[in-house]
Design a protein around this ligand. Sequence first.
Ligand SMILES: *Cc1c(COP(=O)(O)O)cnc(C)c1O
Length: 334
Amino acid sequence: MAYIILNRSNFYHNLSQIALKTGSLDKIAIVLKDNAYGHGTILMARLASEFGISKAVVRNYQEALVIEQYFDDIIILGGEIHPKPNLSYAINSIETLKTAPTDTRIELKIDTGMHRNGIGAAQLPEALSLIEKHGHRLTGLMTHFRSADELGSELFWQQKEFEKTKMIVRRAGFKDIRIHSCNSAALLRSHNFKEDIVRAGIAAYGIYQFPKGFDAVDLKPVLSLHARRVSSRNLGKGAKVGYGGDFTAPSDMRISTYDLGYGDGWRRGSSAKPYTTPDGASFLGRVSMDFVALEGDKEEICIMNDARIAAEHFGTISYETTTALSAEIPRTVI
Ligand SMILES: *Cc1c(COP(=O)(O)O)cnc(C)c1O
């Protein structure tokens, strides 16, 4: 099977870059949702905790249980609520506030304009009275930006909305509430970060795609994907390779099959626009469920060492490229 290598020093480099922006490691909540963006939840949790990160963000309670031993404080973005002193739950709707068990630690999510999840400013008084009435504890106030990665005023407009809700919550008498609005993009474009935590995902994995016009921060990809040779053969000129015979040998050549395919979460793509590895080898013909073909007969090849480049090739974003990689692929840390 193909395999993944996780580069510890690159990860620590990225976390240090993030810490330069936040001012301390303590303000970083590492986002480990969805198998740590395909990197592997437990390995990344362990590395982050060894580096001194004490907070994490996950998708649901099940993911939290997997990493609980590594962090003091975990924010859960959705799903079923099981109150525990080390877990706090992002509340995405008024209904959830009504049904959450008593004693839930709540990170109230404010919808400041993305209109995906959260409570609008108009519902805030109701939300706050539900929190008191049901005996919950308000631990944080959060929002998420819809276009932190685009130049323009939208981010600032959402920030203003968020300021208003902070005032309302303070006036209502809630204290010791942590404030967080930034993902990677919002943090990287801020020049004086003043909030209590950042929810950092893609930048920590080193595959944030800086839009034009942003000051680029030096980030290094953590994940690389490799495949092993399964078999080799010599082809005569004109021989066709793979399903549909989409590749025709332009001359006599030696080719090999490697153990990666779309069954592993790699994109099938189009054989008319073949993917090229970092060493410059183009995929020959169609990608199969478990195999790809390349010229030559090297025992092992690097398929991808920067998900941003693969994402660009496939017309998607680096988040999708790594998150899609099967959890079954063996991962090792170097
Ligand atoms: C996934 C997610 C993040 C992390 O975003 P990045 O762009 O990967 O830094 C932050 N906040 C919320 C609510 C998220 O869902």
